[in-house]
Structures are given as C-alpha cells and as structure tokens.
Design a binder for this molecule. Structure first.
Ligand SMILES: Nc1ncnc2c1ncn2[C@@H]1O[C@H](COP(=O)(O)OP(=O)(O)O)[C@@H](O)[C@H]1O
Ligand SMILES: CSC[C@H]1O[C@H](OP(=O)(O)O)[C@H](O)[C@@H]1O
Length: 402
C-alpha cells in the first residue's frame, strides 16, 4: 500500500504509467507541476507520441498559499472527486471526466482540459464566451435542483449532507469571506492605498448586520450541494465549451452562494477592464457584454430551475403551491445579490485577490478599480434583502464604475 506523501513529477509520471489502458506501454511521458491555485498540486502528464494526456490533482495536508502552519484535511480530495462525478451525471459535458481517485494519495486523475483557457484569463484578454450563459445556467440549475429537497428524496439528501460535511474548507470561507474583511485580521491583504476604505468596512455596523445575516445562511442553510468556489478561475472555457473544475469546497449550503460567485467574478472583471481595454468604445462594449451575460445567466437559471421543479419536483406541498415557487426564486435572487457583494469585497481586502484587478500595473487605475469594486460590493450587501430583480445588481455596478 502507498502511504500518503506529496508527489514529485517523477512519481506522478510512474503512477500515470500504471493507469491501465491509458498510455501505450513505454510511452515517452513528460510531466510538469502546473498548480497555480491556492491549495493543491496539479500535474500535467503528456505523451508526445500518442498525443494523449491527463491531469493529476493531489491535495496537500495544508493550504499551499500559506504553508504548513495552516493544516487542511485531505478528505477534500474525496469530496472533490465525488462531487465531480456527481456533476458529470447531473450536468453532462460541463465538467472534466474523472478517470480515477486514489484515497491513499488523495489524488484525482482527470481529463486534461488544456485546450480550454481559464475563464478569468480569457476575460482579462477580452475574449467573449457566447455559450457561457447557457452552459453555466444549466450547470447551476441542474446541480442545485437535483441536490435540493425539491429535487431529491429528502431522506437520501440527509445522508448526502453527512457525506459532504466539509468543515475545514467551510471554515476558510466563513473566515475569509464572512469575517476577516470586516475586522483587523492577519489573514487580510489590504492594499495600502485603500486603507481608508478598508477602515470604513470595519466600522460599518449596518453592513455588518447584513453580512451576519448572509453568514448565518452560509453556516446553517443546507439548501443544496454547492460547488462552493464557483469563480472564473474554476471555469475552463472556449467560445464553444464550458467546463467547471475544482469543487473541493463542496458542501450543502445556500444556492445563492454559487450563483453569486459567478456574478462577483464577472463584476470584478468589469471593474478591472478600466485598464485591460484602453479604448473607451471597446471597453464600454465589453462591459455591456459582461452585464448582459449576468442578466442572461440569471434569467436562464431562473427559467431552467422552474422547468425542473415543474417537471421533476418531488415535494407535494411545494409543487401544489405556485406562489411558493415565486417566493423561493425571489429569495434565491436576494441571497445571490448579497453573496455577490461578499465575494467581491473578499477579493479586494481579504487574503486571496484576483488577477483581473491585482495584475493592473498602473497604481491609479488599480486603486480606482478596487474602490469601485468595494462600492459595488457594499451596495449589493446593503440592498440584497429588498432586491426585486437582477436589474438592480446591474444598475448598482454601472453607477459605481461611471
Ligand atoms: N482538468 C484540468 N485540465 C487542465 N488543467 C487543469 C485541470 N485542472 C486544473 N488545471 C490547472 O491547474 C490549475 C489549478 O487547478 P485547481 O483545481 O484550480 O487547483 P486549486 O484547488 O489548488 O485551486 C488550474 O488553474 C489549471 O491551470
Ligand atoms: C486559503 S485558500 C484561499 C482561497 O483559495 C481558494 O481558491 P482556489 O482553490 O481556486 O485557489 C478559495 O477561493 C479560497 O477562499
């Protein structure tokens, strides 16, 4: 039996060679560790002769971005592989195929998606993804509906809640998103130029009330099995294809947390475009595209979720009470808007930032984008409980960045 240890490239190559029927015998394999995320090792293994390749992702027993002082459970590798497999059945074609999971080494072997681009980088480059709204709305409607009490046997769901208990990764979210940005914390990474805005966040007790309400939902509302970290760095895309990766933060939580992650990261890109597209007309056009995408994602998600509910809903009372569906979807929109705000703010003053804004080399433009994003984030959080339509999120974004 292999005992757990962090692999090097040579060991990863040997394991790949041993996967039955994948690479031809004696294939000239090359391996590179390409992990650019905050937590794990990712090995890219290719055979130049056959052109075949695969990805091996290995969990480390600590958060890579911080080091061994921040231990993390290896069980997240099981959660990630099981969630990827589930997503593959509920949203076929929208996630990588899992070839193998090795519990001893906390290793998931999966389809190589290197012909796609990480969407965050694609958007920074000004690429448009005309099928993204259709794909991601299907992904979210299917995975959220079929793991909720509306779409799955409610006793089976309780067993799944137990299977996807993910305390270490939830604690990261609870601290980094719902606590640290609103206090003085060693985890924070506040850009010195906006220390005044960070101090305003720390002193805004009205805002703290709204964040506490959203935090309570994240802690207690086991509404559906979430991806849990659905930002544009967890999405591989081409104009024709979308693949969602990296569900190691999966747990049963409030649906709006996933939808809000998508919107927050589109808005962060919107804020960063002040630099990435220097031509005024082209920037205006791309920003319109980003907001239209948000509107499209919400409208398609809302429609697809209702269709699933009407056709496959298993809850008698919920099915027989049409007004309940409207109530449910409005509350989901309000949660989405609140979580969008929280996820924007954490990426400006919290531990882990985003390239859309941090990689802007011009100090003034970067600061403008950071301040604009904080304004959008705080407004969304402040207004989320009264929101009636997705247009409000769009208006808040446009107004803040004028
Ligand atoms: N299936 C895949 N195909 C190709 N590259 C991948 C795949 N999965 C991950 N990667 C690469 O590894 C990087 C980190 O992967 P990710 O799952 O986001 O790790 P982490 O959990 O550490 O954030 C991605 O940004 C991407 O470049
Ligand atoms: C200490 S983990 C910080 C941050 O990193 C995760 O993202 P990723 O796995 O894509 O690198 C997640 O968003 C966490 O909040």
């Amino acid at each position: 039996m292999t005992t757990y240890h962090a692999l090097n490239e040579q060991e990863a190559t040997e394991i790949a060679r041993g996967i039955e029927g994948f690479f031809p015998a004696g294939a000239p394999l090359a391996c590179r560790e390409i992990g650019d995320g905050n937590l794990n090792l990712v090995f890219h293994i290719t055979d130049s002769a056959s052109g075949k390749s695969l990805i091996m992702k290995q969990a480390l027993p600590y958060a890579k971005v911080v080091g061994e002082s921040w231990p993390l459970s290896l069980d997240r590798a099981r959660i990630e592989s099981e969630k990827l497999i589930l997503e593959g059945t509920m949203a076929p074609g929208l996630v990588p195929v899992v070839y193998k999971y090795d519990p001893e080494l906390s290793l998931t072997v999966m389809e190589d998606l290197s012909d796609h681009v990480i969407m965050r980088q694609g958007l920074i480059n000004g690429t448009r993804y005309p099928l993204f709204a259709d794909h991601i709305s299907t992904f979210m409607a299917n995975t959220l509906f079929y793991t909720s009490d509306l779409g799955m046997n409610q006793q089976d769901k309780k067993l799944q809640v137990k299977n996807f208990i993910n305390p270490d990764l939830c604690k990261i979210t609870e601290d980094l998103i719902f606590d640290d940005p609103y206090t003085v914390s060693a985890n924070n990474n506040v850009p010195p130029a906006i220390e005044d805005a960070a101090e305003a966040l720390r002193n805004d007790t009205q805002l703290h009330l709204e964040v506490a309400i959203l935090r309570d939902k994240f802690l207690t509302n086991a509404q559906a099995l979430l991806h849990g970290d659905l930002h544009t760095g967890s999405i591989f895309a081409t104009p024709a294809s979308t693949k969602v990766i990296d569900p190691e933060f999966a747990y049963f939580g409030p649906m709006g947390f996933d939808v809000g992650a998508v919107f927050a990261n589109l808005i962060l890109n919107y804020a960063g475009q002040q630099y990435w597209i220097s031509d005024d007309a082209a920037r205006k056009d791309f920003r319109r595209y980003l907001l239209d995408t948000i509107e499209d994602v919400w409208n398609q998600f809302d429609r697809k979720f209702r269709v699933l509910w009407n056709e496959y809903g298993i809850d008698r009372l919920a099915n027989a009470t049409p007004a309940y569906q409207d109530f449910y979807m409005k509350r989901l929109l309000q949660d989405t808007i609140g979580f969008t705000g929280c996820k924007i703010i954490r990426r400006i003053v919290g531990l882990a930032h985003v390239a859309d804004i941090d990689k802007i080399p011009n100090d003034d433009i970067r600061e403008h984008a950071q301040r604009g994003a904080l304004t959008i984030g705080t407004e969304l959080i402040r207004r989320h409980r009264n929101a009636q339509s997705i247009q409000e999120l769009i208006d808040i974004t446009e107004t803040a960045m004028q």
